[in-house]
Design a protein around this ligand. Structure first.
Ligand code: NAD
Length: 485
């Protein structure tokens, strides 16, 4: 399919069950990062629209909360079915606006459908407790209720799955929602809302806003209707939200940045691990919060690992994510290309060796492409070791023993994900217990899944998404204590 065949049916805000222009008729253009062409012109809302969306969500809350979880689940399961049926309708919009290859977009849609479906099931088990009292005539039990209207704010790298991790549990337990995606990637989410519209969510239960980030956040923070903000994005903005949330003790869930180590022990099949590492590293150009960013190969196998990585990386096919066979699309924005270039230059100026890449490819006239890059001789003083790189750069370091590598891996303020490659049970347990990261994949390059908790330690976030923890995040627990007369 070519870009020219792409057309949006809707390009407006979705408030109270209707597609609307918003307070003004302001619009903005969404750009294709592979061609730099304009894909669509979209309504750009204001704070007044955010207020209206919150009010619509508040008005819808009593009836939605009043349904049984079985009734709410039917709609969520219907949504999951529709997403699978119309996977390409969503995936094409996602690839065009974000840049990732179409196969990856399809994977994101399927994972998002699985997320909605899992929470539709799990909410049926949002049990409370009866608690043994300390007096014979007392009875104590808990009641679990939805937290209220939720604002769901997400970044551009996974526009659908990151919304699904918020909307899935929130809607299933009876909250109503206002979604605000990154302005640059609204198209796939607009299409998802078209499917939601078909699923008979009552007006006001789900709302979608595009508009200036700070202004929208001001409304979410200052309007008491909004009881919780679930935010995925950078640690920098996350910290600002923690500071601002104090005024109303606003509930926050924060999924923030990462800097994931990969630790390769000598007992593994180095060629197979190199192959998987290259796929994991360059997926979505490294623009993934749990992307592997620092590779520590044990000294005895480091040379073999480097050689195999370089061979595998050379095979990667760059191009427009819509084209058959393309494995690596453009980066999302020119800003990302410039940051990657800066990080690579910083490393080479301090003594790193660039074995592959390190520049923009020459074969494209347009688009935000950057060559997959492999660095060695990397040291702790280089920016790539402290800043979240969010780009296609693979630094390979070495280590001697377990204690040393645990210390090196933990030497960061981030704590989102870590990966370990070993068949040695003792090493695996030591790593699982010693690494300070919220998700640890042992011989597993894709450890994020709807049924298991996902989130960061240290400055990588607060709270968890997915799993029962991800559902609890949208529930308040009341203690009811009764004295029998
Ligand atoms: P970002 O923090 O700049 O933006 C995230 C969202 O917040 C966007 O919708 C943006 O429009 C909005 N935003 C930006 N500035 C804001 C402000 N001052 N007030 C309110 N909202 C604001 O992040 P980004 O650069 O777009 O996304 C990449 C970051 O997201 C990386 O750090 C990545 O690791 C992180 N991320 C984390 C996870 C996770 O699950 N932990 C998943 C994906 C991405």
């Amino acid at each position: 399919m070519s870009d020219t065949s792409f057309e949006m049916k809707n390009n407006q805000l979705y408030i109270n069950g209707q597609w609307v222009d918003g307070e003004t008729d302001n619009t903005y253009d969404v750009i294709n990062p592979a061609t730099e062409d304009t894909l669509a012109t979209i309504a750009y809302g204001t704070r007044v629209d955010a207020k209206q969306a919150l009010e619509a969500a508040q008005a819808a809350m009593p009836a939605w909360q009043g349904l049984t979880v079985y009734d709410r689940s039917v709609r969520l399961k219907k949504l999951a079915d529709l997403m699978r049926e119309r996977c390409d309708y969503l995936a094409v919009a996602l690839t065009l606006e974000q840049g990732k290859p179409l196969g990856e977009s399809r994977g994101e849609i399927m994972a998002s459908a699985a997320t909605f479906e899992w929470f539709a099931e799990e909410a049926k088990r949002a049990y409370g407790r009866t608690i043994p009292p300390s007096a014979p005539n007392k009875r104590i039990f808990t009641v679990r209720q939805p937290v209220g209207v939720v604002a769901a704010v997400s970044p551009w790298n996974f526009p659908i799955v990151l919304q699904a991790r918020k909307l899935g549990p929130a809607l299933a337990v009876g909250c109503t929602t206002v979604s605000r995606p990154a302005s640059q990637t609204p198209l796939s989410l607009i299409r998802l809302f078209e499917l939601m519209h078909e699923c008979d969510f009552p007006p006001g239960v789900v709302n979608l806003l595009m508009g200036p980030p700070a202004e929208m956040m001001d409304e979410f923070m200052e309007n008491r209707i909004c009881r919780k903000i679930s935010f995925t994005g950078s640690t920098e903005v996350g910290k600002e939200l923690i500071r601002r949330s104090a005024d109303q003790v606003k509930r926050l869930s924060l999924e923030l940045g990462g800097h994931a180590p990969v630790i390769i022990f000598p007992d593994v099949d180095i060629e197979a691990v190199a192959k998987a590492s290259v796929i994991g590293k360059f997926r979505n150009n490294g623009q993934v919060c749990i992307c592997p960013t620092r590779f520590y190969a044990q000294k005895t196998v480091q040379e073999d690992f480097i050689e195999a990585v370089v061979e595998e990386t050379k095979k990667l096919v760059l191009g427009n994510g819509m084209d058959e066979g393309v494995q690596i699309g453009p980066m999302f924005e020119m800003r990302g290309v410039e940051k990657t270039d800066r990080i690579v230059s910083d490393a080479t100026s301090k003594g790193a060796r660039c074995l592959l890449g390190g520049k923009r490819p020459e074969q494209f006239d347009k688009g935000f492409f950057y060559e997959p890059t492999v660095l060695t001789d990397v040291t702790a003083d280089m920016a790539i070791m402290t800043e979240e790189p969010f780009g296609p750069v693979m630094p390979i370091l070495d280590f001697d023993n377990i204690d040393e590598v645990i210390e090196k891996a933990n030497d960061t303020e981030y704590g989102l994900a870590a990966y370990v490659l070993t068949n040695d049970l003792t090493a695996a347990f030591k790593m699982a217990e010693g690494l300070e990261f919220g998700t640890i994949g042992i011989n597993d390059p894709v450890p994020a899944t709807p049924q298991a908790p996902f989130g960061g330690l240290k400055e990588s976030g607060m709270g968890r998404e997915n799993g029962i923890e991800g559902m609890d995040a949208y529930l308040e627990t009341k203690n009811v204590s009764i004295i029998l007369q």
